[in-house]
Design a protein around this ligand. Structure first.
Ligand SMILES: CC(C)(COP(=O)(O)OP(=O)(O)OC[C@H]1O[C@@H](n2cnc3c(N)ncnc32)[C@H](O)[C@@H]1OP(=O)(O)O)[C@@H](O)C(=O)NCCC(=O)NCCS
Length: 139
Protein backbone atom coordinates (compact mmCIF):
# COMPACT_ATOMS: atom_id res chain seq x y z
CA UNK A 1 0.00 0.00 0.00
CA UNK A 2 1.23 3.50 -0.84
CA UNK A 3 0.55 6.88 0.72
CA UNK A 4 0.22 10.11 -1.25
CA UNK A 5 -0.95 13.65 -0.54
CA UNK A 6 -4.54 14.15 -1.76
CA UNK A 7 -5.56 16.71 -4.35
CA UNK A 8 -8.91 18.28 -5.25
CA UNK A 9 -10.01 15.28 -7.31
CA UNK A 10 -9.94 13.14 -4.18
CA UNK A 11 -12.43 15.22 -2.20
CA UNK A 12 -15.47 13.03 -2.92
CA UNK A 13 -13.68 9.86 -1.88
CA UNK A 14 -12.37 11.56 1.26
CA UNK A 15 -15.92 12.55 2.16
CA UNK A 16 -17.21 9.05 1.51
CA UNK A 17 -14.54 7.55 3.76
CA UNK A 18 -15.10 10.08 6.54
CA UNK A 19 -18.88 10.11 6.59
CA UNK A 20 -19.29 8.33 9.91
CA UNK A 21 -16.60 10.43 11.51
CA UNK A 22 -18.16 13.86 11.15
CA UNK A 23 -19.27 14.02 14.75
CA UNK A 24 -15.84 13.02 15.94
CA UNK A 25 -14.36 15.64 13.63
CA UNK A 26 -16.41 18.41 15.20
CA UNK A 27 -15.54 17.23 18.68
CA UNK A 28 -11.88 17.15 17.79
CA UNK A 29 -12.04 20.63 16.32
CA UNK A 30 -13.64 21.91 19.47
CA UNK A 31 -11.19 20.37 21.89
CA UNK A 32 -8.09 20.31 19.77
CA UNK A 33 -5.06 22.19 21.00
CA UNK A 34 -4.77 23.22 17.37
CA UNK A 35 -7.53 25.82 17.37
CA UNK A 36 -9.19 25.79 13.91
CA UNK A 37 -8.88 29.56 13.80
CA UNK A 38 -5.12 29.31 13.81
CA UNK A 39 -4.75 26.39 11.42
CA UNK A 40 -1.96 27.16 9.02
CA UNK A 41 -2.17 24.12 6.81
CA UNK A 42 -3.95 20.77 6.43
CA UNK A 43 -2.32 17.88 4.60
CA UNK A 44 -4.75 15.18 3.45
CA UNK A 45 -3.03 11.85 3.07
CA UNK A 46 -4.48 9.06 1.01
CA UNK A 47 -3.69 5.37 1.24
CA UNK A 48 -3.96 3.46 -1.99
CA UNK A 49 -3.88 -0.21 -2.86
CA UNK A 50 -3.25 -0.88 -6.54
CA UNK A 51 -4.59 2.56 -7.41
CA UNK A 52 -7.71 2.24 -5.25
CA UNK A 53 -8.21 4.56 -2.29
CA UNK A 54 -8.50 2.47 0.87
CA UNK A 55 -7.80 4.97 3.64
CA UNK A 56 -7.07 8.52 4.66
CA UNK A 57 -5.63 10.68 7.42
CA UNK A 58 -5.26 14.41 7.98
CA UNK A 59 -2.27 16.23 9.37
CA UNK A 60 -3.24 19.67 10.63
CA UNK A 61 -0.55 22.21 11.35
CA UNK A 62 -1.36 25.08 13.64
CA UNK A 63 0.24 27.85 15.55
CA UNK A 64 1.01 26.95 19.16
CA UNK A 65 2.12 29.28 21.93
CA UNK A 66 5.78 28.61 21.44
CA UNK A 67 6.05 26.56 18.30
CA UNK A 68 3.95 25.09 15.54
CA UNK A 69 1.89 22.05 16.54
CA UNK A 70 0.83 19.03 14.56
CA UNK A 71 -2.56 17.40 15.01
CA UNK A 72 -3.68 14.12 13.47
CA UNK A 73 -7.34 13.58 12.75
CA UNK A 74 -9.73 11.69 10.50
CA UNK A 75 -7.74 8.47 10.34
CA UNK A 76 -9.91 5.89 8.63
CA UNK A 77 -9.26 2.70 6.73
CA UNK A 78 -11.88 1.07 4.52
CA UNK A 79 -13.38 -1.81 6.47
CA UNK A 80 -12.21 -4.54 4.12
CA UNK A 81 -8.62 -3.27 4.33
CA UNK A 82 -8.30 -3.06 8.10
CA UNK A 83 -5.70 -5.06 9.98
CA UNK A 84 -3.15 -4.95 7.17
CA UNK A 85 -0.91 -2.18 8.44
CA UNK A 86 -2.58 0.58 6.41
CA UNK A 87 -3.18 3.00 9.27
CA UNK A 88 0.36 2.45 10.51
CA UNK A 89 1.73 3.34 7.08
CA UNK A 90 -0.45 6.47 6.94
CA UNK A 91 0.55 7.58 10.43
CA UNK A 92 4.24 7.04 9.75
CA UNK A 93 4.01 9.16 6.61
CA UNK A 94 2.10 11.88 8.48
CA UNK A 95 4.85 11.91 11.11
CA UNK A 96 7.55 12.08 8.44
CA UNK A 97 5.88 15.07 6.75
CA UNK A 98 5.33 16.78 10.11
CA UNK A 99 9.00 16.39 10.99
CA UNK A 100 9.98 17.76 7.60
CA UNK A 101 7.90 20.84 8.41
CA UNK A 102 9.71 21.38 11.68
CA UNK A 103 6.96 19.97 13.92
CA UNK A 104 8.24 18.40 17.14
CA UNK A 105 4.96 17.45 18.82
CA UNK A 106 1.99 15.53 17.41
CA UNK A 107 -1.37 15.45 19.19
CA UNK A 108 -4.56 13.52 18.56
CA UNK A 109 -7.84 12.65 20.27
CA UNK A 110 -9.32 9.18 20.45
CA UNK A 111 -12.38 7.75 22.18
CA UNK A 112 -11.36 5.68 25.21
CA UNK A 113 -13.38 2.69 23.96
CA UNK A 114 -11.89 2.67 20.46
CA UNK A 115 -9.59 -0.25 21.13
CA UNK A 116 -8.24 -0.61 17.59
CA UNK A 117 -7.30 3.07 17.36
CA UNK A 118 -5.85 3.14 20.88
CA UNK A 119 -3.65 0.15 20.11
CA UNK A 120 -2.61 1.74 16.83
CA UNK A 121 -1.56 5.02 18.45
CA UNK A 122 0.08 3.43 21.48
CA UNK A 123 2.03 1.12 19.19
CA UNK A 124 3.32 4.19 17.39
CA UNK A 125 4.52 5.75 20.65
CA UNK A 126 1.63 8.09 21.53
CA UNK A 127 0.93 8.41 25.25
CA UNK A 128 -2.06 9.78 27.14
CA UNK A 129 -1.42 13.46 27.70
CA UNK A 130 -4.65 14.64 29.29
CA UNK A 131 -7.89 13.02 30.48
CA UNK A 132 -11.30 14.59 30.62
CA UNK A 133 -14.83 13.33 31.23
CA UNK A 134 -17.91 14.31 29.29
CA UNK A 135 -20.55 14.94 31.99
CA UNK A 136 -24.29 15.53 31.66
CA UNK A 137 -27.32 16.21 33.85
CA UNK A 138 -30.87 16.04 32.57
CA UNK A 139 -32.87 19.06 33.76
C1 LIG B 1 -8.41 2.32 13.81
C2 LIG B 1 -8.09 2.02 12.35
C3 LIG B 1 -7.74 3.32 11.62
C4 LIG B 1 -6.89 1.04 12.30
O1 LIG B 1 -6.53 0.83 10.94
P1 LIG B 1 -5.74 -0.47 10.45
O2 LIG B 1 -5.19 -0.21 9.08
O3 LIG B 1 -6.59 -1.65 10.62
O4 LIG B 1 -4.53 -0.52 11.51
P2 LIG B 1 -3.17 -1.31 11.32
O5 LIG B 1 -3.41 -2.54 10.48
O6 LIG B 1 -2.10 -0.38 10.89
O7 LIG B 1 -2.91 -1.82 12.82
C5 LIG B 1 -1.97 -1.19 13.67
C6 LIG B 1 -2.22 -1.65 15.09
O8 LIG B 1 -3.50 -1.22 15.53
C7 LIG B 1 -4.06 -2.20 16.40
N1 LIG B 1 -5.32 -2.70 15.84
C8 LIG B 1 -5.76 -2.59 14.56
N2 LIG B 1 -6.98 -3.14 14.42
C9 LIG B 1 -7.30 -3.62 15.66
C10 LIG B 1 -8.44 -4.28 16.17
N3 LIG B 1 -9.50 -4.59 15.41
N4 LIG B 1 -8.46 -4.60 17.50
C11 LIG B 1 -7.43 -4.30 18.29
N5 LIG B 1 -6.29 -3.66 17.86
C12 LIG B 1 -6.25 -3.33 16.55
C13 LIG B 1 -3.05 -3.29 16.54
O9 LIG B 1 -2.25 -3.00 17.67
C14 LIG B 1 -2.23 -3.14 15.27
O10 LIG B 1 -0.93 -3.60 15.42
P3 LIG B 1 -0.59 -5.15 15.09
O11 LIG B 1 -1.06 -5.38 13.68
O12 LIG B 1 0.88 -5.21 15.24
O13 LIG B 1 -1.35 -5.95 16.06
C15 LIG B 1 -9.30 1.32 11.64
O14 LIG B 1 -9.76 0.28 12.46
C16 LIG B 1 -10.47 2.25 11.33
O15 LIG B 1 -10.53 2.85 10.24
N6 LIG B 1 -11.40 2.37 12.30
C17 LIG B 1 -12.59 3.26 12.12
C18 LIG B 1 -12.21 4.73 12.17
C19 LIG B 1 -11.53 5.09 13.46
O16 LIG B 1 -11.95 4.70 14.54
N7 LIG B 1 -10.46 5.88 13.33
C20 LIG B 1 -9.69 6.37 14.44
C21 LIG B 1 -10.30 7.62 14.97
S1 LIG B 1 -9.38 8.28 16.33
Amino acid sequence: MDVRVADEKDMHILEALSGDMELQRRIEEYFAPVDPSIILETVFLILEDEGEVVGKAELVIGEGEEEHLGYIRGVVIREDFRGQGGATTLMEEAERIAKEKGIRVLDLHVYADNEAALNLYQGLGFQTYHRELHMRKEI
